[in-house]
Design a binder for this molecule. Structure first.
Ligand code: A3P
Ligand code: MG
Ligand code: MG
Length: 368
């Protein structure tokens, strides 16, 4: 069966001229509630309100209501929201690629993330490439991670994951600050942490000649959504990170900034709030990062361990290549193996669309 590959290395060939990028624009949104029930609209949108410091991220770990993310959700929620949008506007979302933001983050970061691998499934339907995560691969990776031994004295992987969600709960409100009662703000540390609820923004964006629709979670809005649909939304991404104590920590943080930047850049999230925590999971300090200026800072005052321009040029070149490669139905695998300098693309099923497209979406699109 057909087999292709795209070289990531050497990355310097992606330097130089800037690829044209379109500002991501939200076209629709959807929410999951804390029972993981899907609904169209912004019912799970949250409002940023700074946590009081110091903030203990360990509190309530024993009551953590953790989403079971083992089952494969495919692109279902994203496709449901696109179907509703097409029905409302009576216009087909005619783009080259439809996928989760998380898939595109992996591609954008690939030039500087030699170590890690990824696996995605893709298909071409009515001229659009649909890309989902390969769930079996994701679950295998999670198992490997779970069995990794932590050095003595270090908190468990589970605990460190909890810290991230706890920080979110401590930093948001369910409604804008103005009508929120003081007591509710002060009660945030006692709130049970449940990571099933999510607000997902669905944006139209583009790189080079490739037009895309991406769906991804956003943590909070700074103030509230603007009245005018064409105005940018002041989204906020919340992150925790270990306090920087030495040069080694600094380099680690700079590498982490690549992921923060890529993730936020793709959905047009302008601000990232980082809660710096100590090794016991206590946040002592917040830093507000302006997403757009991260690559410049890494280049000028950092170690220059990555170049955002190269990431964008690489992603655009890869996607243009992919557009010329995945041009027919069947299930294709997009794979980068750990430590490998290439992305492989090959067919794993000759016809059909696997489970990448939901029956509802296929039915909607074929009756049009
Ligand atoms: P931190 O990023 O502060 O560690 P997101 O930042 O994308 O909104 O995700 C929220 C939290 O989910 C993360 O907080 C982290 O705790 C957890 N998380 C997200 N992706 C993860 C992954 N690949 N492995 C482990 N935990 C993850
Ligand atoms: Mg999040
Ligand atoms: Mg976050």
């Amino acid at each position: 069966m057909s087999r292709f590959s795209f070289d990531i290395q050497p990355v310097n060939r992606f330097g130089g001229s800037n690829t044209a990028i379109r500002r991501p624009k939200e076209v629709t949104c959807f929410s999951y509630d804390d029972k993981r029930q899907f609904s169209l609209g912004d019912s799970s949108m949250q409002y940023y309100y700074p946590p009081s410091l110091p903030a203990d991220l360990n509190l309530g770990f024993d009551t953590f209501q953790k989403l079971n993310d083992t089952p494969d959700e495919h692109l279902d929620a994203l496709l449901d929201s696109i179907t509703a949008l097409e029905r409302d506007t009576e216009k087909k979302c005619d783009v080259d690629v439809i996928t989760w933001r998380g898939m595109m983050t992996k591609i954008l970061a690939a030039p500087y993330d030699m170590m890690n691998g990824f696996e995605m499934n893709a298909t071409c339907f009515q001229g659009t490439i649909f890309i989902e995560e390969n769930n079996a691969y994701k679950n295998e990776q999670k198992e490997i991670q779970r069995h990794q031994r932590m050095p003595p004295g270090m908190p468990s992987q589970e605990m460190m994951m909890y810290w991230g969600y706890k920080f979110e709960v401590l930093s948001v409100l369910r409604q804008p600050w103005d009508p929120t009662p003081r007591a509710e703000i002060e009660a945030r540390p006692d709130q049970v942490v449940n990571n099933s609820a999510q607000y997902c923004s669905v944006v139209k964006t583009g790189m080079g000649s490739v037009r895309m629709i991406l769906g991804g979670e956003v943590d909070a809005v700074w103030d509230c959504k603007p009245e005018r649909k064409e105005d940018p939304i002041h989204w906020v991404e919340l992150k925790t990170s270990a306090e920087i104590r030495n040069d080694r920590d600094m380099l680690k943080y700079e590498r982490k900034l690549l992921k923060f930047w890529a993730q936020s850049f793709l959905l047009g999230v302008p601000t990232i709030i980082v809660g710096f925590r100590d090794q016991q999971g206590i946040v002592h300090r917040l830093e507000e990062l302006d997403t757009a200026s991260i690559p410049g800072k890494v280049k000028k005052i950092g170690r220059g361990s990555w170049d955002g321009n190269i990431c964008i040029n690489f992603a655009a070149a890869f996607l243009e290549w992919l557009k010329g490669t995945i041009k027919e139905e069947g299930v294709w695998r997009i794979r980068k193996q750990e430590k490998s300098p290439v992305i492989e693309v090959f067919k794993v099923e000759d016809s059909g669309y696997g489970d990448i497209l939901s029956p509802g979406f296929k039915a909607w699109r074929t009756q049009q």
